[in-house]
Design a protein around this ligand. Structure first.
Ligand code: SF4
Ligand code: SF4
Length: 341
């Protein structure tokens, strides 16, 4: 089962409807975090640190479905925390796919095979497996030996059983570029739909700040790692990949990825949680975006995350037929694009 054509068609129709109703800011992907607890403690993860006081809380199935309806976006990315730890994650996923919305569920894969008993394969559902490198590098990044092997086995079993599978990789300072390329090649050869990539965001609360890279460093790494000559299968849209390589500039449009958590909607974005609000419309307020984005808030200076800039590349293509054609030709649409970290 590959990336469904229906998703691109539904997304295009949805965007057209927003434009016709003259909505200036609207979501493309709802980011849903049904809990913030995790069964790993990765070095670069901001979530398990930021939400430490509420790690025991979960968003109920009804609250999850209400948040998805409130946002209205046709794609839902389920992250966290580790979503598979939510006792009713199957009801959440199956409830969203029953509404014919496309679900991407990020996971560290430790409970992936158990999930397959409760969530059937469907064109509306895709696993997004966290992988930060080959065995040694990945196990070091997640602070536990054996996780890489479990993840690769989970991916293999999922593909055999007809699930859609992608991976999500966060690039940190000191990464071994050859090791990353080897991992992307391995995933391409295994037949997954594609690999999502993004540089790590510099969370204030992560103790080891040397982990994070500047925009300049990120572009140097991505120029090599994303070299199209290798024909590796990446999942992000080609305009965003160009942005990562340093060939394009965009301003962030993070309002396109509103993020619902155990405390409500994060404001302003998936990465910065200066406050939480109970009304998703607060995130589309023009005045909010006078304060956030590159050149407006110092915490945005090095950000290149897909949750802020992949949507920007989609919106940019709407007014540039050449870019729109490039995106369509390469079969790519905006994806969920994020794992915690
Ligand atoms: S990055 Fe993902 S797998 Fe790692 S601790 Fe955070 S939520 Fe868990
Ligand atoms: S640039 Fe956008 S996505 Fe990145 S931290 Fe700032 S507001 Fe959030």
């Amino acid at each position: 089962m590959g990336r469904p054509i229906e998703m691109a068609a539904r997304l295009a129709w949805y965007i057209l409807k927003q434009k016709v109703s003259l909505r200036k800011r609207f979501p493309l992907v709802t980011m849903l975090e049904p809990l913030e607890k995790c069964n790993l403690a990765c070095e670069g993860c901001g979530r398990i640190r930021e939400y430490e006081p509420v790690l025991d809380r979960v968003v109920t199935v009804d609250q999850c479905l209400a948040a998805v309806e409130e946002s209205g976006a046709p794609i839902v990315s389920i992250a966290g925390g580790e979503p598979t730890l939510h006792p009713q994650i199957h009801d959440i996923v199956n409830g969203i796919t029953a509404r014919k919305k496309f679900v991407y569920m990020c996971t560290n894969a430790l409970l992936m095979e158990r999930m397959m008993k409760a969530i059937p394969p469907s064109k509306y559902f895709c696993f997004v497996v966290h992988l930060d490198g080959m065995e040694e590098a990945h196990d070091k990044s997640v602070y536990r030996k054996g996780v890489f092997k479990i993840a690769v086995r989970g991916i293999k079993v999922a593909l055999e059983r007809g699930y859609r599978v992608t991976t999500n990789t966060t690039v940190f300072n000191g990464c071994d570029e050859d090791d990353l390329i080897e991992m992307f090649q391995m995933m391409t050869d295994m037949g997954i739909e594609g690999c999502m990539v993004s540089p790590g965001y510099q969370y204030d609360m992560v103790p080891n700040q040397d982990l994070f890279i500047s925009r300049q460093q990120a572009r140097k790494i991505f120029k090599n790692v994303l070299d199209p000559k290798r024909k590796l299968r990446f999942y992000n849209n080609p305009l965003y990949l160009d942005f990562l390589r340093g060939n394009r500039e965009y301003q962030c449009t993070a309002y396109a990825n509103p993020t619902y958590t155990v405390l409500g909607w994060r404001e302003p974005c998936y990465l910065l949680g200066d406050r939480h609000t109970q009304d998703v419309n607060d995130l589309f307020d023009e005045k909010l975006w006078d304060r956030y984005g590159v050149g407006k808030d110092p915490r945005c200076a090095n950000c290149m995350m897909h949750c802020g800039f992949e949507s920007a590349s989609v919106f940019g293509a709407l007014s540039n037929p050449k870019d729109a054609f490039k995106m369509l030709r390469e079969g790519a649409v905006q994806n969920s694009g994020v794992g915690a970290g």
